[in-house]
Design a binder for this molecule. Structure first.
Ligand SMILES: [Zn+2]
Length: 307
């Protein structure tokens, strides 16, 4: 198992007061090393190439991001591009690529990518919701190319992963399951009626949850609804878009999860990975804007170590 990141990811700098700040990652580093010792977070430095990004994004969009270079601009009302943002999004995607390649090579079975900014709102041709490059989608495309022909992708960030859904909406090779607070952001997607299209019809599942849902409710839903689907799908790899913004007190939601609930959820998916796909589990940090995310990340890593 490996928990990977790189301090250069702290350089992406949205304006002061923006929820997505370097402190998110810094406090996770500190908590993990305090709990598990120095060296727990392994530094990996690999920048994704244009060709690697084209697998999940349109060439026009990627070429546009590269053309921005080290300029500072707003990609939309809440998604900002600072002078080091290009390096950070290429590095986030590169870490994801490196980890799925190591999983495919059999070097590791369970990997946790601690990256920023988050990625799951970034669609094939646009930035959105603090997200610029869809790290998870880039990694999943690589996993598909390496022979994992059925990938289960669970997104438990409190927001609907609209970008990831769009990218894999037409394929049966990725079973996308998204648990999110109902009509939070983005409000126009994430309904149960969105089930995929073409060959992908039936391989998208949205589970919008009411405000103030608890960790116990999440776990019950995972066991009762998600597990039977995955058991029959027989994935080769289990991927988790791991946002921590359903934590009680997060500024972006009104859910009621406690840090240890993320440990419980991780225990569930670790056991599914062990049962269904040779232990292969790839987790990517998405959102989470309350300082309690450090404790939640610690609970996640503890369960991975125990599995
Ligand atoms: Zn989120």
């Amino acid at each position: 198992m490996i928990c990977a990141s790189h301090p250069a990811l702290l350089k992406h700098s949205p304006p002061r007061g923006h929820p997505e700040q370097p402190a998110r990652l810094r406090c996770i580093y500190e908590a993990l090393e305090r709990r598990f010792g120095a060296g727990t977070v392994v530094s990996l430095y690999r920048l994704a190439t244009k060709a690697e990004l084209y697998a999940a994004h349109s060439p026009e969009y990627i070429d546009y991001l590269f053309s921005l270079g080290r300029s500072e601009t707003a990609l939309d009302d809440e998604t900002f591009f600072s002078k080091d943002s290009l390096e950070c999004v290429l590095l986030s995607a590169g870490i994801g690529l490196e980890l799925v390649e190591r999983i495919a090579a059999g070097t590791y079975r369970k990997c946790f990518a601690l990256v920023r900014p988050p990625g799951h709102h970034a669609g094939s041709s646009c930035a959105r919701g603090y997200c610029i490059i869809n790290t998870m989608a880039v990694a999943v495309q690589r996993a598909l190319s390496l022979g994992f022909s059925r990938i289960a992708l669970i997104d438990w960030d409190v927001h609907h992963g609209n970008g990831t859904q769009e990218i894999f909406f037409n394929t049966a090779s990725v079973y996308g399951i998204d648990l999110h607070q109902d009509r939070l952001f983005p409000q126009e997607t994430g309904t149960p009626s969105e089930i995929g299209s073409g060959p992908g019809k039936g391989f998208t599942l949205n589970l919008p949850l009411p405000p103030e849902s608890t960790g116990a409710y999440y776990c019950e839903l995972m066991e009762s609804t998600v597990y039977p689907l995955l058991k029959s799908y027989k994935p080769h790899l289990l991927c988790i878009s791991c946002g921590f913004d359903a934590l009680c007190g997060d500024s972006e939601s009104t859910m009621c999860l406690q840090p240890q609930d993320y440990g419980a959820l991780t225990g569930i998916v670790c056991s599914w990975a062990d049962e269904l796909c040779g232990g292969r589990l790839f987790m990517v940090l998405e959102g989470g804007y309350n300082s309690a995310l450090a404790e939640a990340a610690t609970a996640v890593w503890e369960r991975i170590i125990l599995s």
